[in-house]
Design a protein. Structure first.
Length: 82
């Protein structure tokens, strides 16, 4: 009888890795090239971190952006018009 090999990685790893974005991925996710006139898209991210508390974690001196936290942040930052 053939058995599927069990993964030794924690179950949360596969879903967690897919939901953490690099800065480049975040730039595309937020569609910054489409909506910003800035030529330096990284500056937009820096401003969002500094002025709007953009959520992030740091690993090996690199900022990573958890997708769920970004989605929650967008929801909190969203204003409704009258």
């Amino acid at each position: 009888m053939w058995f599927a090999r069990q993964s030794t990685e924690p179950k949360c790893w596969s879903s967690t890795l897919a939901t953490v974005m690099t800065e480049e991925e975040l730039i595309r996710f937020l569609r910054i090239p489409e909506i910003s006139s800035s030529k330096e898209h990284r500056n937009v991210i820096e401003n969002l971190k500094r002025l709007r508390n953009l959520p992030r974690i740091h690993i090996c001196n690199k900022a990573l952006y958890p997708k769920e936290a970004i989605l929650k942040w967008i929801e909190q930052e969203t204003t409704t018009g009258k």
